[in-house]
Design a binder for this molecule. Structure first.
Ligand code: UT7
Length: 329
């Protein structure tokens, strides 16, 4: 009998800028303080990409590491998916720029915009191409340079975000491992809750859009917080139930790093021990689609996560979008 094809992660990589912005740096820029930021968000510092560099530079560094760890040559990639809301240009896609940098000329390439859920959407899309038997190796990158769309005069957002990239190579396997379940969702009625109003076809760049600071990210934090707490738990519980699994069966739960209070709340509700729910928001802030792949890579590099571990990941963000994935590593 023909064995079933599945998708597993054959390599991981991550890259963050060298420049650190601490809470005390922010105290000098806007009316805020370390106590407020740490107690409300869990963030102590974040990274900011240096002038002259852009999304593609972070994407390339994370991707090269993931490809190397997968034991592949870039020419063996069949597809590149870059999940980002901060591409180098509206067009061409960052994935095409990345394909050229990597000399991965056998790869199809496109960007995917699903806010902070972009990496989960990317993994799920890549998984379809592998399961269909068409492709063998797909690079998925979650990358953001949010410092370039952050309003550094708005204390309600500028303390939250950071720059970074995480990458994985998805590969075909016929072994008893890989993706077990996934679940993607969206609710466009919440589009205005997290938005960069200008710079697209609705409000092209003009004097007024610049004066009104409409090229910066605007967020209704309270509403997103309530939405996140509800959908993350629902989503994860449904995925686990569908496969007769319980939260206690998980070796790892990677949650989108938007707020430590959200992470702790969900972890406690599901009674999952702290060491199974990695946190990097304290060091990197909210790096949107990059938070989960960076956290995964950190666990791999530390030698803590291993083949056979039961791993879940859940994210939520602009769109609104949310989604999750369960896999046997
Ligand atoms: O990545 C996916 C999308 N993002 C998220 O998931 C974010 C989800 N939301 C959150 O994490 C939280 O809602 C925030 C961290 C954004 C805000 O925390 P909060 O506990 O919901 O605070 P708040 O917005 O209700 O503000 C409370 C107070 C306000 O003052 P008043 O009106 O009570 O006097 C704010 O003006 O805190 C004030 N405030 C600040 N104070 C010091 C807001 N930002 C700051 C600041 N420093 N940076």
């Amino acid at each position: 009998m023909k064995k079933a094809i599945n998708t597993y992660v054959s390599g991981t990589g991550a890259a963050v800028p060298d420049t650190v912005i601490t809470n005390s740096d922010l105290e000098k820029m806007v009316e805020t303080n370390d106590h407020w930021i740490v107690s409300r968000t869990g963030i102590r510092e974040r990274r900011k990409l240096e002038e002259g560099l852009s999304n593609i530079d972070l994407s390339e560094r994370a991707s090269r590491e993931a490809i190397k760890r997968a034991g592949l040559d870039p020419s063996e990639l069949d597809m590149i998916i870059v999940a980002t809301v901060t591409p180098d240009h509206p067009t061409p896609s960052t994935s095409c720029l990345l394909q050229a940098r990597l000399k991965a000329f056998n790869a199809a390439a496109f960007d995917l915009s699903a806010g902070c859920t972009g990496f989960i959407y990317g993994l799920t899309v890549g998984h379809q191409f592998i399961c269909s038997g068409i492709y063998k190796n797909i690079l998925v990158v979650g990358v953001e340079v949010l410092s370039r769309v952050t309003d550094w005069e708005d204390r309600s957002t500028c303390v939250l975000f950071g720059d970074g990239a995480g990458a994985v190579v998805l590969s075909r396997t016929e072994k008893e491992r890989g993706i077990i379940n996934f679940s993607l969702h969206a609710d466009g009625r919440g589009a205005n809750l997290l938005i960069i109003p200008a710079g697209g076809s609705a409000i092209p760049a003009c004097e007024e859009s610049l004066q009104n600071r409409m090229h910066f990210l605007k967020m209704n934090g309270n509403e997103i917080f309530k939405f996140a707490v509800k959908v993350v738990e629902e989503n994860l519980s449904r995925m686990l139930r569908h496969n007769n699994l319980k939260p206690g069966d998980l070796d790892y739960l990677f949650l989108h790093q938007a707020n430590l209070r959200i992470i702790d709340h969900i972890r406690k509700r599901l009674k999952i021990p702290q060491e199974k729910v990695p946190v990097n928001i304290d060091r990197f802030g909210n790096t949107s689609s990059a938070t989960i792949p960076i956290a995964i890579h950190e666990e791999i590099v530390a030698g803590r996560m291993a083949e056979g571990d039961l791993v879940a990941m859940v994210a939520f963000g602009a769109g609104l979008t949310w989604g999750g994935l369960v896999m046997k590593w």
